[in-house]
Design a protein around this ligand. Structure first.
Ligand code: PHE
Length: 345
């Protein structure tokens, strides 16, 4: 009887040592069988009372060996299986897979056209000047020879800041002229891109916010001819080498004489007729010789210095370039609209 029990325990130990649970489920089966509350080793501990006294000690040690073997086996297999699982988790992660594409967006058509314009002028020595959008009345109007009650103020319906008659959203980038001239000595040769605001009804053709690029050149002996040649250079760089321009007399309080510049757009199709009102000519900017009053207002001696200035709208030119028929599209930031300019230059 006793020998038989001894043998059974030895077989059990052999079983434990040979067991090879390969996954979590099999390991759990192993645990229940050898280590659980109803494990099959337990009864052998109970059987010790049937073992003759002189063999009890050896028997006890043997059964204990079975238990320890089961525990050791369980712990070591658990480690192996857990680390296998971790590796499998890593296996799902393909380190050689191409990275998720990062959406970097694209330039807004206004920025593209504005950058183009700026680059054209930078090539002939103009330097970018940027200034505030919230201006005071003096820099936007008074310095620019447009005192209070001047009828020309009506040309530019102004947004004033709440409870203020002094602070306003600049109505044109010409305010940058006043900022620069009061801060720098001639020669001055700047190009000033930026956003401007006017209290206008929003429609397909006009908006309460838009963009301009201002140009200003002050030095001794600057003439209208210099201005005309510079603007011709601009038009040809922007619209092609055979572009034609024309200057029409106009009026601005801050320039004298003043002009508006048209480029010849042609009459190739219906749209050309519509946007040029049947003339083929398209106005793109206002310009003129800086009024001596403006120079004096800004502390530049008008007896010594002369200069020219121009201001052009960006939206109109962007709409022409990209054939956009509604100015509002430029401010809605609809991603489907903006995506189309991903590769535009
Ligand atoms: N500031 C004028 C406008 O907004 C444009 C302009 C600028 C005209 C400079 C002459 C000289 O209409």
């Amino acid at each position: 009887m006793a020998t038989e029990t001894f043998e059974k325990v030895k077989v059990l130990i052999g079983e434990v040592e040979a067991a090879e649970p390969g996954n979590e489920e099999e390991l759990e089966q192993f645990r229940i069988k050898y280590l659980g509350s109803k494990n099959i080793i337990k009864p052998f501990f109970g059987a010790i009372k049937e073992v003759p006294n002189e063999k009890k000690r050896a028997y006890g040690q043997l059964v204990n060996r079975a238990k320890v073997a089961a525990e050791e086996k369980y712990q070591s297999l658990k480690l192996i299986i857990n680390s296998n699982n971790e590796e499998k988790g890593m296996g799902d992660l393909d380190l050689s897979a191409p990275a998720e594409p990062i959406e970097i967006g694209s330039r807004h058509p206004i920025s593209i056209v504005m950058n183009n314009i700026v680059k054209i002028f930078e090539r002939i020595g103009f330097v970018v000047a940027e200034e505030r959008e919230i201006e005071d009345d003096w820099h936007n109007f008074t310095a620019m020879n447009t005192p209070p009650d001047h009828p020309a103020r009506d040309m530019q319906d102004t947004f004033y800041l709440k409870d203020s008659t002094e602070r306003l959203l600049r109505t044109h980038t010409s305010s940058v002229q006043a900022r620069v001239m009061t801060n720098q000595k001639p020669p001055i040769r700047i190009i000033a891109p930026g956003r401007v605001y006017r209290n206008e009804t929003i429609s397909a053709r006009s908006h309460c916010q838009f963009h301009q690029v201002e140009g200003l050149y002050i030095d001794q002996g600057i003439s209208f001819a210099d201005m005309k040649q510079t603007l011709l250079y601009y038009a040809r760089e922007m619209y092609g080498n055979d572009t034609r321009i024309r200057l029409r007399p106009s009026y601005f309080p801050f320039t004298e004489p003043s002009a508006e510049m048209d480029v010849y757009w042609g009459l190739k199709d219906e749209t050309d007729y519509r946007i040029t009102k049947g003339t083929g000519w398209l106005e793109i900017l206002g310009c003129g010789m800086v009024d001596p009053n403006v120079l004096d207002n800004c502390g530049i001696d008008s007896e010594i210095y002369t200069g020219y200035a121009f201001g052009m709208g960006i939206e109109r030119q962007a709409m022409l370039k990209y054939r956009i028929n509604d100015i509002r599209l430029l401010f809605e930031n609809d991603i489907r609209f903006l995506r189309q300019f991903a590769s535009a230059r």
